[in-house]
Design a protein around this ligand. Structure first.
Ligand SMILES: Cc1ncc(COP(=O)(O)O)c(C=O)c1O
Length: 1009
């Protein structure tokens, strides 16, 4: 019979609800594989679901589902499940004849409010954990339930999945290879799999059968619906089914599966032997799914519901195929609180009785003690990456260290997070942005090239290769050892290729035999000579390689698989160093550092290293920095670091002595400015620059009244706070002081006047302020303004505003100060200074943040006239301002901007990014405005009525952080995301930013209601 003919209309369904169950309400059809389902919305209460069977449906099967639901409902515990509603005659299953005269069975169940899993975005670990937890609860409440129908033949039962084998012919060769691989493995495991505990399980927790709570942030799984697939099978299959669907659409499906297993184990403790089969059971559910899709395409081509999972199922299968089953097993074990390797404790116990001397590993080396070396992300010894990468220099430094400690072996590194692995093969896109392999799994012994390495145990050679490539192992040997029933491996990396490959796979070595010699660069993988020595309890199927460095998020699994090599030597100096946990740092800070210092992000990050446009935390997680316009030419730019270091080693004094550096910086800075601005004073911060600028105004005009913008910020000193509406009109502030006069924020998007032609109107808002000042018998001192108002929310000054504002102020006898602390030094792209965008020349310019690339260096530039008036006899002395170190740094920053064409880069990348963001704004109306110049951009989030959406901006910034991208929010309503990255920000970085932002903009919380 054709599918269409079996269909039940909405109208018919409404009548059924009314006639059979005396329920009246609005009817909506729902998808379903077997039944025809309708939602019945009633005015009070959650309503119902009406299920009409297909023609000829077995009453026994329907009765089974009703009994099962009643069994679950009768269990204690906080499990939500649909309840059976009897018809007007008291039947659990009702009957009626459809229009074609077929007898149809009808059931009514209570409706469970919430959202379908398939409509929830994002699906985070916490949600998947709750999925596992609820699934475990359901398994638990079905314990003891049985029914003849639970023992039927069923194609969706993982235990019966081998039927799929006969349909391999439906697939292309590459697909067939994957399917056969899983089917064969499943078949081979039947012995132990068939002995796993069994029970009746739900068996169909797919995207459309899971109900999630309504919260848009941190929702939880509430219940499962549709019990029609319940079956008596291996209990673990229930978790496998739930996992198979919930890991779809993730870059790393295994990582996505772990919280589900952990949640399930919490409410229904799993056995180790069950976990051993979970990876394959998940695979088999997907194998069933794609085979069913392939068959259904032939059988019922119109029924698209049957095909929804096909593409994502294939995506997971392809990725699953790349994961070693043992690694999945160990990961599931760890997620459920077991040791990652089953023999981990046994190995530890056995190793307790061992005591090796380092001489046994290196008989030609006299030393037996260790000099620990810190190569962690934060290590000062590693220093600048650029220097560490210079192998001759590194080797020289190691030799110097060795000379200072002749009787020790320089060693360490087990579980050390390192940032040394710069090659992209160490990076991957995880479920939350870029992940880098950073955690070192072995111990490194830094010894001269050609040092012989000897075996500590009898062993069999399982690997002896040249693992060629930059930062690979070079000559590599892996030995397999068998002690009683304990099997483990030792790995020796960075050997000479000849000595490593002299060993042949299958050779046996005796304790004390020479394994090979330490190699030198480049043949040892391009490292300073050292031995990478690692223990492993499993080879994870590797033949010619084995990871020596792991992803931080997998650390707990790897640490069990690769035990501490120091279990053999028991040298306290080889113990991994303990770093202070972030909580301790937060606690101390709260008690002993200024109470009004804020910390970024709900979960603060500890940053320990910078590199270009990236910052790294102590675990080596790399964050793309779109916030830090202070690291103007890139975090820890090598040329700048060197310039500072070199001058620091020579001389650092105040500016009372003659020195080239202050003159050079002055000269190079003045070259970038209009000729009218020709006198410089160097200071140490933006605040100090503005402070000095205001002093100059008073000296030059004799006036102290300052005109400034609403939500402007100019610094943290007394005088600067007094002219910063952002502060005195904000939290803890007490309004504008007598001598400060504020005009409305010239915001052409959402301000007092709107549109491109609002410049004049905003400028004329200055006129009443001037009038107020003069009416009090005083004169105007100055106008101070940023060229793009940063704290105001990246407000671009409307066309014509600045020139007219300057005109008004100058007419009244005041000076004009351009605060370029945020936007200066090429950032705006089209011009070197922000004020140049508006074709004006200020009387005073203050420069801060970018000039020192993080070193405290700032400057005030003024006209000769202002400078003359300021020099009224009172000496201007500044202990640090203009010192040779600061000036060397400032000069190198300016030179780097020119040499690396960073202003041009700001223009190109900024324009590209702005366009991409404007495109995003078309798709996501929550973005009301994208504005700014060069690499100084703002994204304003508003609703349809232009009301600010600060909570959404905060959510977006925090979610971007979760994806490894740092962003900040600002503006009077905190609804503007600011983008002002180091100027080395590239087109690829811009693409990455937009990609992740697009994903997050699609999340539920970001939608306009
Ligand atoms: C526009 C502007 N001016 C001045 C300052 C003060 O600079 P500093 O923090 O270096 O004292 C800031 C700091 O954020 C600023 O944004």
């Amino acid at each position: 019979m054709e599918y269409e003919k079996l269909k039940i209309s909405t109208e018919e369904a409404g009548k059924l609800a009314q006639n059979l169950f005396n329920v009246q309400g609005e009817i909506f059809p729902l998808p379903g594989e077997i039944d025809f389902n309708f939602r019945v919305k009633v005015p009070d209460g959650d309503g119902y679901i009406l299920k009409v069977s297909r023609v000829g449906e077995d009453i026994g099967y329907l009765g089974y589902q009703q009994k099962l639901l009643q069994y679950v409902a009768a269990q204690k515990g906080n499990l939500v499940s649909p309840l059976v509603v009897k018809d007007v005659h008291g039947n659990e299953i009702s009957e009626y004849k459809d229009s074609s005269g077929n007898l149809r069975k009808v059931r009514l169940l209570t409706w469970i409010p919430g959202r379908l899993w398939s409509g929830v975005n994002p699906q985070l670990d916490s949600l998947r954990f709750s999925l596992g937890e609820q699934c475990g609860r359901l398994t638990d409440s079905l314990q003891g339930f049985d029914h003849p129908m639970a023992h039927r033949e069923f194609e969706w039962d993982v235990a019966q999945a081998l039927w799929t084998k006969t349909h391999l012919n439906l697939f292309e060769d590459d697909e067939k290879e994957i399917l056969s691989h899983f089917i064969d493995a499943f078949q081979n495991n039947q012995d132990s799999y068939s002995k796993l505990r069994k029970s009746v399980v739900h068996n169909d927790a797919n995207d459309n059968n899971i109900i999630v709570t309504e919260e848009l942030v941190e929702p939880q799984v509430r219940a499962f619906i549709d019990y029609g697939d319940a079956i008596y099978t291996q209990t673990i299959n229930d978790l496998a089914v739930a996992s198979a669907y919930a890991i779809m659409h993730h870059n790393d499906p295994l990582e996505a599966a772990l919280p589900i297993a952990a949640g399930y184990h919490k409410s229904f403790p799993l056995l180790e032997e069950e976990l051993e089969h979970l990876y394959h059971a998940i695979a088999m559910r997907l194998v069933i799914s794609v085979t069913k899709s392939a068959l259904n395409k032939i059988k019922e081509p119109d029924n698209t519901y049957l095909l929804v999972s096909e593409k994502p199922a294939w995506e997971v299968l392809r990725k699953w195929y790349q994961i070693h089953p043992d690694f999945a097993y160990f990961s599931f074990r760890k997620a459920c609180g077991f040791t990652s390797h089953p023999k981990e404790n046994e190995f530890g116990q056995w190793a307790k009785g061992l005591q090796f001397s380092l001489r046994e590993l290196f008989p030609t080396i006299e030393a037996d003690d260790v000099l620990p070396i810190d190569l962690s992300v934060s290590s000062e010894w590693v220093g600048h990456q650029e220097e560490f990468n210079d192998l001759d220099f590194l080797q020289f430094r190691l030799e110097q260290l060795q000379k200072e400690h002749p009787n020790k072996i320089i060693a360490g590194g087990y579980l050390e997070p390192r940032a040394l692995y710069g090659t992209s093969s160490y990076d991957k896109m995880g479920n939350n942005g870029r992940e880098s392999r950073t955690v070192h799994l072995g111990v490194d012994f830094w010894l001269p090239a050609n040092t012989p390495v000897h075996a500590l145990f009898d062993g069999e050679v399982v690997t002896a290769v040249n693992d060629a490539g930059d930062k690979e192992y070079g000559g590599l040997v892996i030995l397999k050892h068998q002690v009683n029933n304990l099997e483990f491996y030792t790995l020796y990396g960075h050997m000479t290729v000849a000595s490593a490959t002299k060993n042949k796979v299958g050779d046996t070595l005796k304790k004390g035999d020479c394994i090979g010699l330490l190699g030198n660069y480049p043949e040892n993988g391009n490292w300073a000579p050292h031995l990478h020595f690692q223990l492993m309890l499993s080879l994870l199927g590797n033949e010619n390689d084995f990871p020596g460095v792991a992803y931080y998020i997998q650390l707990d699994v790897w640490k069990g698989l690769c035990p501490d090599p120091n279990l053999l030597f028991k040298n306290t100096k080889l113990e991994p160093s303990q770093t202070k946990v972030n909580d301790a740092l937060v606690d101390y800070r709260k008690k002993h550092l200024g109470k009004s210092l804020s910390l970024q992000y709900k979960v603060p990050i500890k940053m320990v290293r910078g590199a270009g446009q990236y910052l790294m935390d102590q675990h080596g997680r790399k964050y793309l920095d779109t916030v830090n316009n202070v690291a103007h030419v890139g975090h820890e730019n090598y040329a700048v670091v060197k310039a500072g270091q070199k001058q620091m080693a020579l001389l650092n004094t105040n500016s009372r002595y003659l020195h080239e550096n202050i003159n050079t910086l002055a000269e190079e800075l003045l070259e970038t400015l209009p000729p009218e601005l020709s006198v410089l004073h160097f200071v140490n911060s933006g605040s100090e620059a503005n402070e000095l600028a205001i002093r100059m105004v008073r000296a030059a005009t004799g006036q102290r009244d300052i005109i400034a913008s609403e939500v402007g910020y100019h610094g943290n000193s007394n005088m600067c706070v007094d002219i910063s509406s952002y502060k005195f009109d904000g939290k803890g502030g007490s309004g504008a002081p007598e001598y400060t006069h504020i005009f409305p924020l010239p915001d052409a998007f959402r301000g007092k006047y709107r549109g491109k032609d609002s410049g004049e109107k905003y400028a004329d808002e200055i006129l009443p302020l001037i009038e107020r000042i003069t009416s009090k018998g005083r004169g105007v001192g100055a106008l101070i303004l940023e060229s793009i108002i940063s704290c105001g929310g990246q407000i671009e000054l409307p066309d014509g505003f600045l020139a007219r504002a300057y005109e008004h102020v100058r007419k009244a006898g005041g000076l004009c100060i351009a605060d370029e602390v945020q936007v200066g030094c090429g950032r705006v792209g089209k011009t070197f200074w922000g004020f140049q965008l508006h074709h004006v020349v200020p009387d005073i310019v203050t420069i801060g943040k970018p000039l020192g690339n993080g070193h405290p260096l700032a400057a005030v530039v003024c006209t000769q006239e202002v400078a003359e008036k300021f020099a009224n006899g009172m000496e201007y002395f500044n202990t640090f301002g203009g010192n040779p170190v600061s000036c060397a740094i400032g000069t190198e920053v300016l030179r780097t901007v020119k040499r690396e064409k960073l202003q041009e880069n700001a223009l190109e990348v900024g324009e590209f990014l702005k366009q991409k963001l404007q495109k995003l704004a078309q798709d996501y109306p929550v973005i009301g405005d994208v504005r700014g110049q060069g690499l100084f951009l703002g994204i304003e989030l508003v609703d349809e009525a232009l009301n600010p959406l600060g909570d959404k901006a905060d959510y977006l910034a925090n979610r971007m952080k979760d994806h490894g991208i740092l962003m900040s929010t600002d503006g009077p309503d905190n609804n503007v995301l600011k983008i002002k990255p180091p100027m080395v920000f590239s087109l690829e970085n811009a693409e990455e930013l937009v990609l992740h932002m697009g994903k997050i903009l699609a999340e539920d919380f970001m939608q306009l209601n």
